[in-house]
Design a binder for this molecule. Structure first.
Ligand SMILES: NC(=O)c1ccc[n+]([C@@H]2O[C@H](COP(=O)([O-])OP(=O)(O)OC[C@H]3O[C@@H](n4cnc5c(N)ncnc54)[C@H](OP(=O)(O)O)[C@@H]3O)[C@@H](O)[C@H]2O)c1
Length: 255
């Protein structure tokens, strides 16, 4: 019998990444739990995956560091020797009002790009030898509706996710036919990202406003994005170079 398949999920100590790691674990996959700061929540996710009967390894790695991405790849190579799906989910932002052009510096753009764009590139490159070993494998980049709508936490963030979409198209062409590369563009997801970034009061107001404008009158749960990552990473074997919007119908709006 062949070894269980392996999924690496960057930024998987919370929110969308944690839900994705748990979903792959529930399907019997080995999962790599990645975080850059606090190991405690990552340990909880790893424990949850193990409770589902899966093997999980935790790796501290700031995806903005190429050295750290290569070290993560080395650890996975030594322990399991394969990667079948990579979910580039780690992301960062600064919350700056769209009209406040002076609120963003060049350094803000650089630090957001370092994680959201270059981090995804570096991690894909570091894991490529393993991704090519058992084709057809999948890379799933977690983008954002912000890349299409001019909404979101800041213009630097929107621009970074637009660049991530463009990179998805380029990598899909570069890595075919062995590796598929797709992206998910979530709408408002109920996770710590916006709860912390906006504060409780503004978060509640945003949820209310989102529900009143979206065709499905809902916000998104991390588990919704996890299921889409599973679909694009595993099931969508003839899809590459796609950015799939998961927004409960915000773009088409409510009639
Ligand atoms: N929430 C939304 O409404 C929403 C909407 C559209 C798109 N997204 C995208 O979805 C992704 C995940 O968001 P979320 O809502 O799940 O956020 P979250 O709950 O804040 O979780 C973020 C995760 O990323 C990790 N992380 C942050 N910077 C990292 C780095 N440099 N290297 C490695 N890991 C890092 C965090 O762990 P540490 O703190 O330990 O680093 C944490 O595990 C992001 O790419 C975000 O842009 C979110």
């Amino acid at each position: 019998m062949s070894d269980p398949r392996v999924c690496v999920v960057t930024g998987s100590s919370a929110g969308i990444g944690a839900a994705t790691a748990r979903l792959f674990a529930s399907k019997g996959w080995r999962v790599v739990i990645n975080y850059s700061r606090d190991p405690a929540p990552a340990q909880e996710v790893a424990d949850a995956c193990q409770a589902l009967g899966a093997e999980a390894m935790m790796v501290k790695c700031n995806v903005a560091s190429d050295e750290a991405c290569r070290a993560l790849a080395d650890e996975v190579e030594k322990r399991w020797g394969r990667v079948d799906v990579l979910v580039n989910n780690a992301g960062t932002t600064r919350f700056v009002d769209i009209k406040n052009l002076d609120g963003l510096s060049a350094e803000d753009f650089h630090s957001i790009y370092d994680v959201n764009v270059i981090g995804a590139y570096q991690m894909t490159r570091a894991l490529l030898p393993m991704l090519k070993r058992h084709p057809v494998t999948g890379v799933v980049n977690v983008s954002s509706i912000a890349s299409m709508m001019g909404t979101g936490s800041s213009i630097a963030y929107m621009a970074s996710k637009g660049a991530l979409n463009a990179m998805t198209f380029g990598l899909a062409r570069a890595l075919g036919p062995d590796v598929r590369v797709n992206a998910i563009a979530p709408g408002l997801v109920d996770s710590a990202w916006l709860r912390t970034g906006l504060g409780a009061e503004r978060f509640d107001a945003s949820v209310k406003s989102y529900k009143s404008r979206s065709a499905l009158a809902q916000v998104i749960d991390p588990e919704d994005i996890a299921r889409t990552a599973w679909y694009l990473g595993v099931e969508a074997t003839k899809t590459t170079g796609e950015v799939l919007l998961v927004d409960a119908g915000l773009r088409i709006t409510r009639a």
